[in-house]
Design a protein around this ligand. Structure first.
Ligand SMILES: Cc1cc2nc3c(=O)[nH]c(=O)nc-3n(C[C@H](O)[C@H](O)[C@H](O)COP(=O)(O)OP(=O)(O)OC[C@H]3O[C@@H](n4cnc5c(N)ncnc54)[C@H](O)[C@@H]3O)c2cc1C
Length: 290
């Protein structure tokens, strides 16, 4: 591994100042779990890492308002998994984190690093997209908010400009919306997924008002499946045929990319089956227990 300088600023402001540089190899470090693997493999050779671990603890806090949960980008995945607020308001996130990597990774990996890494196989981005979450991004002297769906732009690519940091994630409270995530693995339950399917359903009595379906590990980024969502709009929740129809529509519109966990044809079949099952999970659990 190429030698690099490690700086540990004690405030967000200082970190943003250090990141405001013409040297594009300077990188922020959250938990460092993804960075270290890329550096050891030689695919990333930063001249300097700006560790965020010593910045104000407020950037790791999890709080709630009347209509949203806000999670600081420095919160570890374990802290999110065990947060009382997340478990009661967004149980699908707590459930998803239980099979993400292992407890050693979750104890140090941060939410900001998780989203900025943009590996298309990651579990959390499709869930956050289905829940309608957004990221708050800071740079020196400015702040902007962006839907998670617009943050990840391609294979390990984001729309973050250099010098920008994810500082918070805002997830709307789900109230009457029901959600589920299915992680389909070909080895152990906590392996990287061969497919990830997240769904969130809004119902009014027996009728589905809106559906969001986000799929990962099948494309160069997590994507929503609009044709399958359209099938569900206005449908009856008691109509099992609609769920089958939505799974078929998802498989028809998807253009999966093969990887070491499956061919494109295999992933298409996984999409057909697991979109339907994820919809059933969401309707059965109706929010579920964390
Ligand atoms: C053994 C192992 C198994 C894994 N299995 C899974 C799995 O099953 N499912 C899954 O989803 N993931 C899995 N992962 C990936 C894991 O989720 C990520 O490594 C982790 O979430 C990255 O978070 P981090 O804080 O360590 O990021 P870092 O390694 O610190 O950073 C990752 C990237 O984000 C940038 N960055 C960091 N913080 C910020 C910020 N606040 N703003 C902007 N950019 C930032 C860094 O510069 C870097 O480019 C696994 C990882 C390992 C090591």
């Amino acid at each position: 591994m190429r030698p690099f300088e490690l700086l540990e600023p004690s405030s967000l402001r200082e970190a943003l100042g250090l990141l405001d540089t013409a040297d594009e190899t300077v990188r922020p470090a959250g938990g460092g779990t993804a960075l270290m693997l890329m550096m050891k493999a030689g695919v990333l050779e930063p001249s300097r890492l700006i560790s965020l671990r010593r910045i104000e603890p407020a950037w790791a806090e999890i709080s709630q308002s009347a209509d949203a949960v806000e999670i600081g980008a420095l919160a570890t995945l374990s802290a999110i998994e065990h947060s009382g607020i997340v478990r009661s308001e967004l149980p699908v996130i707590a459930r998803t984190l239980r099979t993400l990597a292992n407890v050693r990774v979750r104890n140090v990996a941060t939410l900001g690093g998780n989203l900025a890494h943009a590996d298309p196989h990651m579990d959390l981005p499709p869930v956050l997209i289905a829940l309608g979450a957004s990221v708050i991004i800071a740079s020196r002297g400015a702040e902007r908010e962006l839907p998670v769906a617009e943050l990840i732009s391609g294979y390990y690519e984001t729309t973050l400009a250099s010098g920008e940091l994810i500082v918070r994630v805002r997830v709307p409270k789900q109230f009457a919306r029901f959600s589920a995530y299915r992680k389909i693995t070909t080895r152990s339950a906590d392996d990287w997924p061969a497919l990830g399917v997240a769904v969130a359903l809004d119902r009014e009595g027996p009728v589905l008002r809106e559906a969001r379906i986000a799929v990962s590990a099948a494309f160069d980024r997590p994507l929503r499946l609009a044709a399958a969502e359209a099938v569900l709009r206005g449908a009856s929740i008691d109509d099992e045929a609609v769920l089958i129809h939505a799974g078929d529509a998802a498989a028809d519109e998807a253009r999966p990319i093969a990887d070491e966990r499956g061919s494109a044809a295999y992933k298409r079949e996984l999409i057909r089956v697991h979109v339907r099952r994820a919809l059933r999970d969401a309707l059965d659990a109706q929010g579920g227990t964390p």
